[in-house]
Design a protein. Structure first.
Length: 211
């Protein structure tokens, strides 16, 4: 796919959180197979993770066309042989798992990674993500979520509370999610919460495994 370097977008947080996230991914992702990244955003994570997580195949995606252009531009620069072209993928669409299966061809999908999306989208996006992941992953498959979460009905830091207020003011359907609600949702689609890792800047990595 031809790509224009000028399409590259930058999210400063990615260069701060990518090291700590990579450390967790290296430990929890299955050693081989394909990793589907949902909501890859600028594509900076994909371009940085893919060469460091070989031989896994990294499949980025995003719902927004301008983000997919950015992903493609960063991927062209990274030139990692295991990094695929971005998929157009909206997890609120009913048929997104079928589109993934068709695009992956025979590559075995072993994990789904989603970073900083479910609080910056309606709850229906979390529902669509987890339901589709439950259809796509087989036993032992990993669903990795990263972002801020409330625990026991409380924010884990004043900065997260302020961030939550800001998100909800911007869009009343957005907001920092409750860890327990996400775990319960995941449970209804066959996932168990296997691990929870405290991350810098009051974020969490949640590692779910498909039963
Ligand atoms: C805050 S950005 C995070 C991007 C990237 N993961 C990161 O950490 O920099 C949220 C991304 O979620 C994408 N997104 C929002 N709703 C989505 C949906 N329903 N399906 C797929 N992607 C979605 C947006 O287009 C955006 O790129």
């Amino acid at each position: 796919m031809a790509s224009d370097p000028d399409d590259r977008r930058h999210a400063p947080a990615t260069s701060r959180n990518r090291g700590p996230i990579l450390k967790v991914l290296s430990r929890v992702l299955p050693a081989t197979g394909c990793v589907l990244e949902i909501a890859s955003g600028t594509g900076e994570h994909a371009a940085w993770f893919a060469p460091r997580l070989q031989p896994r195949i990294w499949q980025p995606s995003d719902a927004a066309a301008e983000m997919r252009a950015s992903i493609a531009a960063h991927a062209a620069e990274a030139a990692a042989p295991n990094l695929r072209a971005p998929l157009a993928l909206d997890v609120t669409a009913a048929n997104w798992p079928q589109a993934v299966t068709a695009a992956l061809d025979d590559a075995p999908l072993r994990a789904i990674v989603n970073i900083n999306m479910i609080h910056i989208s309606p709850w229906s996006a979390a529902e669509g993500l987890v339901a589709g992941a439950g259809q796509l992953l087989s036993a032992g498959g990993v669903l990795f979520l990263y972002g801020p979460f409330r625990i026991g009905g409380k924010h884990t830091a004043p900065s997260n509370e302020a961030f939550d207020r800001m998100l909800r003011a911007q869009d009343s359907t957005w907001g920092v999610r409750d860890l327990e609600a996400v775990a319960a949702l995941a449970g209804t689609h066959g996932f168990a919460l296997r691990d929870r890792v405290d991350m810098p800047a009051n974020n969490l990595s949640l590692i779910f495994e498909r039963a």
